[in-house]
Design a protein around this ligand. Structure first.
Ligand SMILES: Cc1ncc(COP(=O)(O)O)c(C=O)c1O
Length: 276
């Protein structure tokens, strides 16, 4: 079952107008919220980021927090690990016009899907130029550049593209990036250049709570090529160790000790949600 504009229905029966601005212009935003033990993970943080994304495209949330939670409750299926995908577009206006229409009802779509297991042996990544627009802090559904960059990574035998802008590491095509540089867990600061990842914030929070040295600062590609460890973070892939970057081993070519520590802390944190 999925949720579309106030109704629950099988996905095959869900229909959206061809005049929907999501379809015509990619005019909308989305969220991805993991669910553990039947409970949405970091729900408040995800809903605040959704509000920020909506404000960034001159929209307001069509549902309040209580209403969102009710929709999620209806869709969450049992207690296995899953994720909610939520998308809001500016809706279907009577004619195709770039200008933002007045009085159009947004289209609201939510579905819940299983989460795939994470490969603990680590993955390969490649560097790609950051060809995206300049408001990457908005979780916009307009993802054509991310799609092309991810596919380039797959074509080159890797699972993720790490985006480079002016010689700096920005983030992954669908993830944030952490590097261990001289024993310090390092990630770029929040800005318009990257998505403020909910997993990124939790990793920093867990590191600080456990007195693991960490820093938010710009990282050059040259520095990252010398990193002892490199990780990708996202809601569905948690903390993923990168063991090869552009076909060269990262560190000793295996998931590193700091990754093992943070992975453990992250699993313990998740477990609290499953068994409060
Ligand atoms: C471009 C980009 N950066 C970062 C992330 C990670 O964000 P989060 O940890 O909130 O899933 C994502 C997630 O899909 C993303 O698409």
């Amino acid at each position: 079952m999925i949720y579309l504009n106030g109704s629950y229905m099988p996905v095959e029966e869900a229909k959206v107008s061809v005049l929907d601005r999501g379809f015509l212009f990619g005019d909308g935003v989305y969220e991805v919220i993991p669910v553990y033990g039947g409970r949405p993970f970091r729900l408040g943080e995800h809903l605040r980021r959704l509000d920020d994304s909506l404000r960034g495209i001159r929209m307001e949330s069509p549902l309040d927090d209580v209403q969102w939670l009710e929709v999620f409750r209806q869709l969450i299926d049992g207690t296995h690990d899953q994720y909610l995908y939520l998308q809001i577009t500016r809706g279907a206006a009577p004619k195709r016009d770039h200008a933002i229409p007045v009085g159009v009802k947004p289209t609201v779509f939510v579905m819940c899907s299983p989460i795939s297991p994470i490969p603990p042996e680590g993955v390969a990544a490649v560097t790609v130029p950051d060809i995206r627009w300049q408001w990457c802090h908005i979780k916009a559904i307009t993802l054509l550049s991310n799609v092309l960059l991810r596919q380039e990574a797959l074509d080159r035998g890797a699972i993720e593209g790490i985006l480079i802008r002016d010689g700096r590491v920005i983030e992954g095509a669908a993830s944030n990036v952490f590097a261990v540089l001289g024993g310090v867990l390092t990630t770029p600061p929040k800005s318009h250049e990257l998505l403020p990842g909910i997993t990124r914030d939790l990793v920093l929070e867990l590191a600080r709570a456990n007195r693991i040295p960490c820093e938010e600062r710009q990282m050059t590609l040259a520095e990252v090529r010398q990193a002892d460890e490199l990780w990708l973070t996202s809601s569905t892939r948690e903390i993923l160790p990168v063991i090869r970057l552009d076909e060269m081993p990262v560190g000793n070519g295996e998931p590193g000790p700091l990754w093992a520590r943070l992975h453990q802390l992250y699993q313990t944190y998740k477990q609290h949600l499953r068994n409060p």
